[in-house]
Ligand binder design. Structure first.
Ligand SMILES: [Zn+2]
Length: 239
């Protein structure tokens, strides 16, 4: 039966198959056996994405600025972070080459959690940014973890690249597909209360092996024993 199923579903005319490219490669799906463990930098990126998209305050928006810089580095550009009060609304500068004087893109970042803030990006924020970036008419971006009011989009979308939360997540997926998928996996399971102590954000799914309850992280594959229904760290499994 399985053989029949396999035969029927085997692509016969796909060029890729003729060239011995597997569907895994064709669809660019990371092999589940090597998806984990991630290296240290990958874990930091993952944690930063989670922090920036969570309801916790990103005080001063520093994490968002850092993450935007990571994104453009990952996409092959050089970046400079402007911090402090005298940044002239230009938080991140993007350069084609390391020693270039003039940036090819200037970005203002606004960390604004929709979970906690009863406001969106208003015209005033864009007016200020536009005033400070006269020299960068075709290469300026305003990026937020929130959204823009319709009037803001109407007035500024032809002058500034406006990136809202949806655009930002799309950008993250482009630069850091695995890390973003890991975070989205966690955020999609918000109904599960317990967090993993190992990776600090995976959720603990209650499982039963031979009627014995235990917990397993949905992200890093750490296993927990259930003691009085509470998860107690047990061991890290491969998958
Ligand atoms: Zn975990």
């Amino acid at each position: 039966m399985f053989a029949l199923f396999k035969k029927q579903n085997q692509p016969t005319e796909t060029k890729a198959t003729n060239n011995k490219v597997t569907f895994q490669e064709l669809l660019d799906i990371k092999d589940i056996r090597v998806r984990r463990p991630s290296n240290g930098i990958s874990s930091i990126i993952e944690q930063t994405i989670l922090d920036v998209l969570s309801s916790q305050e990103d005080k001063g928006g520093k994490k968002l600025v850092q993450l935007v810089s990571y994104i453009f580095n990952q996409l092959g550009y050089h970046t400079k972070i402007n911090d402090g009060f005298n940044d002239k609304k230009q938080d991140v500068l993007i350069f084609q080459n390391k020693d270039d004087d003039k940036p090819i893109l200037v970005i203002q970042c606004k960390s604004y959690s929709p979970q906690n803030t009863k406001d969106r990006i208003k015209i005033g924020a864009l007016s200020d940014f536009v005033a400070y970036t006269e020299d960068y008419k075709d290469c300026r971006m305003f990026l937020t973890t929130s959204y823009f009011y319709p009037k803001t989009i109407e007035d500024f979308a032809d002058r500034v690249i406006l990136v809202d939360r949806i655009g930002f997540i799309a950008l993250l997926s482009k630069a850091f597909p695995i890390e973003t998928a890991n975070v989205m996996n966690t955020l999609s399971l918000h109904d599960i209360k317990e967090n993993c102590k190992e990776c600090r954000h995976g959720k603990l799914q209650l499982l039963f092996f031979n009627n014995i309850p235990n917990f397993k992280c949905t992200n890093c594959a750490t296993k927990y024993k259930a003691v009085n229904r509470q998860p107690v760290l047990y061991k890290r499994e491969k998958y």
